[in-house]
Design a protein around this ligand. Structure first.
Ligand code: XMP
Length: 335
């Protein structure tokens, strides 16, 4: 539409003016916000932008490949895929405390990111700017944090960690006056695929905070496989509602849905064999802003399908439980 085009044009002009001929780096997470910034900057400054995708190994199944595909094939930017999976696993070994996990993951993100920036500068061209997908609600939330407000102290968010000593970038935050819906509309207008634009919220620390207790490669594999089934089945359920109602987040549509892996095992039976394996917890909520959420009243046949598929298709899982708690008093995530 005309307004979308003019918003994009204005943003592109502002980015060009701010950046000049300098170099920009961006931490690409695969989420909506950083992807839209990348797409905007791609249009504004092309190869002056380097997108750094730090793969911590804690993304959902197939996500790293999808991010790489979009930002190598569809947009003409420099794309660096940092394979940090092994380093993260090592750092997280034996760590059970949720906030400790968050801290490790956030700190290591910046370590990996600054290492790439340093390496880029080896060619003598400094990286002057850091582009970030900060949106308007983030600013409100970090304001609450700075003034000692309670809003963001319940769980820490890793994209607000200050730079270490000796590191400085000027910030480019082209989304800082937009709300989420506007960011999505921008993304679509810029040609980003639906799986990015309409991606459900996903925490920065990724699957690490959906594995209760210590993270290891085996648990990650179980969770990724179970989560892929949850997404496939509930995407289909949401799609059906969308076709019936014409609305994306209609009543009873699931807003966020995923699998959680608790740190226990239970007995089951498969064929003639006794199993001793992990339960998978299904979490699915209806919400509009994550501040409050209702557990989703999913039809029994959908629940049955998810459960049946997980125990049949995911080695290491022999039971499925459904979390029927709303927020408050529970949170959406388990950690
Ligand atoms: P809770 O679990 O507090 O989650 O009800 C509310 C929303 O925030 C997401 N979330 C996070 N996002 N880093 C993030 O970027 C985090 O550490 C984090 N913890 C929770 C969660 O997925 C939900 O959408």
């Amino acid at each position: 539409t005309w307004t979308m085009d003019s918003i994009i044009e204005d943003s592109v002009a502002a980015i060009r003016e701010q950046v000049g001929s300098d170099r920009v780096i961006l931490g690409l997470s695969g989420g909506v916000d950083s992807s839209v910034v990348a797409a905007l900057c791609a249009r504004a400054i092309g190869k002056q932008l380097t997108c750094v995708f730090v793969n911590h190994g804690l993304l959902r199944k197939n996500e790293p490949e999808e991010v790489e595909e979009v930002f190598t094939k569809q947009f003409d930017v420099d794309f660096v895929h940092v394979h940090a999976e092994e380093r993260y696993l090592k750092l997280l070994e034996g760590v059970c405390d949720p906030e400790a996990k968050r801290k490790i993951i956030g700190t290591q993100f910046w370590n990996e990111f600054f290492a790439v920036a340093k390496e880029l500068e080896q060619d003598g061209r400094p990286v002057k700017f850091l582009a970030q997908g900060t949106i308007y609600p983030d600013i409100i939330e970090s304001g609450a944090r700075k003034t000692g407000g309670k809003a963001s102290t319940i769980k820490s968010h890793h994209n607000l960690i200050p730079f270490p000593e000796g590191v400085h970038f000027d910030l480019i935050e082209p989304l800082d006056h937009f709300f989420k819906d506007e960011v999505r509309a921008l993304g679509t207008a810029l040609g980003l695929p639906d799986h990015i634009v309409h991606r459900q919220p996903f925490p920065g620390p990724g699957l690490a905070i959906r594995i209760i207790g210590a993270v290891d490669a085996e648990k990650l594999e179980i969770l990724k496989n179970a989560d892929a089934i949850v997404r496939e089945e509930l995407d289909a359920y949401n799609q059906k509602l969308f076709e019936e109602t014409g609305e994306r987040n209609s009543e009873h549509a699931c807003w966020q849905y995923f699998a959680v892996l608790p740190d226990i095992k239970s007995v089951g039976v498969m064929g003639d064999e006794r199993t001793y394996a992990r339960p998978v917890i299904l979490r699915a909520v209806e919400s509009s802003d994550a501040m409050t959420a209702d557990w989703a009243k999913l039809p029994y046949d959908v629940l049955a399908k998810v459960s049946g598929r997980i125990v049949a298709e995911v080695p290491g899982a022999n039971r499925v439980c459904y979390d029927i708690t709303s927020k408050p008093p529970a949170t959406i995530e388990w950690e």
